[in-house]
Design a protein around this ligand. Structure first.
Ligand code: NAD
Length: 361
């Protein structure tokens, strides 16, 4: 019989990619729970919506009675918790909702799952997958990698809230024996990412011949992973990981922010040359690279993240399948082919403005 998974945050960037892959590859029955915040979008789930194995529930992970009702009704064999406030700059401006969703929300899920798992009806192979980030580990110098043993040292309200949630998840395994597994992944990119994040922001600004804002000196380094690779890694951990364990997922792809922006400009030049882009012609800008603009740094900006993903490779046989240039090309092409999706998102409150500089509004 197909497994039933409750996937939270399913209408966001990674959650929606995960749902579609799970429906395609696993023949799973998916119950999607999402509050539909500014970052959640039902259009991300088009395709999944027609699948008889898919059900969408609008709701908050911090709503205990709702979560308990879903567990009782659907008897899932896993909860995969993608729901979160996810943007570091927003966490600097307004940290409270990060605590409400990322900490209290995860705690509420864990509490409901504790009763469910130790009740009579839950499948014995039930698992709670806490999807987390490498940002919880803090900042690296120019050498070294985060392993699963690296102590947490978060620096932004976002990473602090994710770290708190991970600690609760770990504590529910240690204290109650709830089968919790935690994944810590690096920076994702790919289709359906909300355009506040670096890669889609640069694509959309470049298309409009707007300056491409690069924080500080642009030399902050992140490890980049194509979203499908992350989703497949989470799936491996869900199916084969050991309860109580953590798994680092990464793309083996360290790039400075300025290298990422250069790469976006190069792919755009190839797919939609500046000389054919009316906004560029009108603005008298010859090359997308000329739009690069160095702006004030993010407060508390971590310098370098780098993931050692050897554990998940050795123990579960997972490694990322997409090389950066290939994944980036697919991503840029997706945005070019889905400008309506981008327009709809920006018809709401978000205008691609600078966020995360308190006191400078
Ligand atoms: P996203 O912001 O695109 O999506 C988050 C989703 O969660 C949205 O659909 C939103 O509506 C939903 N949501 C927010 N609060 C909720 C609540 N209280 N109840 C129910 N739903 C709620 O985020 P994303 O980039 O898809 O990230 C998904 C998860 O992966 C997050 O937990 C994030 O910390 C983690 N992660 C992200 C990255 C990355 O590079 N984007 C890297 C590592 C880990």
């Amino acid at each position: 019989m197909a497994e039933t998974y409750i996937v939270t945050g399913a209408a966001g960037f990674i959650g929606s990619n995960f749902v579609k892959l799970a429906l395609e590859r696993e023949d799973a029955r998916i119950v999607a729970l999402d509050k539909l915040t500014y970052a959640g979008n039902l259009a991300n789930l088009s395709g999944a919506q027609d699948n008889p194995g898919f059900e969408f529930v609008k709701g908050d992970i911090a709503d205990g009675p709702l979560v308990r009702k879903l567990l009782e009704t659907y008897q899932p064999s896993a909860i995969v918790n993608f729901a979160a406030e996810s943007h570091v700059d927003r966490s600097i401006d307004s940290p409270a909702c990060f605590v409400e969703t990322n900490v209290t929300g995860t705690f509420t899920l864990l509490e409901a799952c504790r009763d469910y798992f130790f009740g009579a009806t839950a499948p014995r192979h039930f698992r709670f997958i806490q999807v987390s980030t490498d940002e919880v580990y803090g900042s690296l110098g120019s050498t070294g990698y985060f392993t699963e043993k690296t102590p947490y040292s978060p620096n932004s309200p976002y990473s602090a809230s994710k770290a708190a949630a991970d600690h609760f998840a770990g504590a529910y395994f240690a204290t109650y024996g709830l089968p919790v597994l935690i994944t810590n992944c690096s920076n994702n990119y790919g289709p359906f990412q909300f355009p506040e994040k670096l890669i889609p922001l640069m694509i959309l600004k470049a298309l409009e011949a707007q300056p491409l804002p690069i924080y500080g000196d642009g030399r902050n380094i992140r490890d980049w992973i194509f979203v499908e690779d992350h989703c497949l890694g989470v799936m491996e951990v869900l199916k084969r990981g050991v309860p109580g364990e953590k798994y680092n997922l990464g793309g083996n792809c360290e790039r400075s922010n300025v290298e990422v922006v250069d790469a976006v400009c190069a792919v755009l030049e190839d797919l939609f040359p500046a000389s054919e882009n009316p906004a560029m012609i009108q603005g008298g800008v010859v090359s997308y690279l000329d739009l690069k603009s160095f702006v004030k740094d993010r407060p508390g900006h971590d310098r370098r993240y780098a993931i050692d993903a050897s554990r998940v490779k050795n123990e579960l046989g997972w490694s990322p399948g997409h090389e950066f240039n290939e994944g980036l090309r697919r991503t840029v092409k997706w945005y070019l082919d889905n400008l309506d999706w981008c327009r709809d998102i920006r018809s709401g409150k978000y205008r691609m403005e600078r966020l995360g500089l308190p006191g400078e509004k």
